[in-house]
Write a protein that binds this ligand. Structure first.
Ligand code: DP6
Length: 318
């Protein structure tokens, strides 16, 4: 019998975003989304049965509130049958200031560890569904390179799958902009965004952008990928400003980095932005341009730290 199981999953950045839920309890989204899994940032998670009174979480060697993890484990108990309490140990290799969605790598790694611990068949589609119930974006981190999360309309039909399992030389320069703003979680942020009068138009446009994005990935057209991803992400953030309780993840520095990226693009370099639920900007470029672009950004923003990431692999057992 397996007594302890360890899995490692990388974070992913959506090129076509998930920003809204049709069924909040199951994280069934309002749009399909498409992401690239990153090589750099990952989470390693071990799970073992324990005789404690509740599930526990040790995150980066610190006892941490396990409410969300326990809720996720309860969903596994509902689906696969009851099991004892679990001790979860997780190490996040995601720079704390980067505000990269660590819930994607965390719930994907935890899903992997639990499937091993429970000796469930490691069916990727089934694992993606399970990870999705923990955190929507985690459904995509099961897969390496490019993953497509088909929104579906119920628990069975909503899962991610590998879309294109090849490195197409796309680079992401992560600009780590810190913020003193109180963090609005993605869960709450998207719930509010859905109240924007322009939200259904964004959803509709997203379906069209997804089809164009698929073509652009297959043809390795980085310029097209960047243009579509940027339009999709800026549109997502516009919903936050248009909703009934407007909010904004952007800071002054976020806007400065966006403007500078645009100037770089106009000067003939491949440079586009995508932004998630925080102030940080990921600059989309290719491997040929990344050095020149990185040097420019470092000169322009000496106070910001930049890190370059490429496509990474899917869930692995350690
Ligand atoms: C902006 O997956 O963190 O990164 O399902 O509520 O846990 P929950 O949300 P989460 O949302 C990620 C939102 C995003 C876009 C994306 O990754 O597609």
């Amino acid at each position: 019998m397996t007594t302890i199981a360890t899995a490692k999953a990388h974070t992913n950045i959506a090129l076509i975003k998930y920003w809204g839920k049709k069924v909040p309890a199951l994280n069934i989204p309002t749009t399909s989304s498409l992401s690239m899994t990153l090589d750099k940032f990952y989470t390693t998670t071990s799970a073992e049965f324990s005789d404690e009174a509740s599930d526990t979480l040790i995150l980066n060697a610190t006892n941490t509130d396990s409410t969300r993890v326990s809720k996720f484990l309860d969903s596994l108990r509902d689906y696969y049958g009851d099991f004892p309490k679990v001790r979860v140990r997780s190490e996040n290799h995601v720079p704390t200031a980067a505000g990269l969605a660590s819930s994607a790598s965390s719930f994907s790694a935890l899903t992997g560890a639990m499937f091993q611990l429970l000796e469930l068949p490691k069916d990727e589609r089934e694992m993606s569904r399970a990870a999705r119930r923990g955190s929507g974006s985690a459904s995509r981190s099961i897969f390496g390179n490019f993953a497509l999360w088909n929104m579906g309309n119920d628990d069975k039909s909503s899962y991610a799958e590998s879309f294109y399992d090849e490195d197409i030389n796309l680079s992401m320069i992560v600009a780590e902009i810190s913020s003193s703003q109180k963090k609005m979680s993605s869960t709450l942020g998207m719930q509010l965004a859905q109240t924007a009068p322009t939200y259904s138009a964004w959803v509709e446009k997203s379906a069209q952008q997804l089809e164009e994005m698929k073509q652009a990935i297959i043809t390795h057209d980085i310029e097209k990928i960047g243009l579509i991803a940027q339009d999709n992400a800026l549109g997502m953030h516009e919903q936050n400003r248009q909703c009934t309780q407007p909010f904004d993840y952007f800071t002054e520095q976020t806007r400065a980095v966006i403007d500078f990226t645009e100037r770089c693009y106009r000067s003939g370099l491949l440079a586009f932005v995508t932004i998630d639920a925080g102030p940080n900007v990921k600059i989309i470029t290719d491997k040929t341009t990344e050095k020149e672009l990185l040097a420019k950004f470092r000169r322009e923003f000496p106070e910001i730290s930049f890190e370059v990431a490429h496509a990474g692999g899917g869930l692995k057992y350690v």
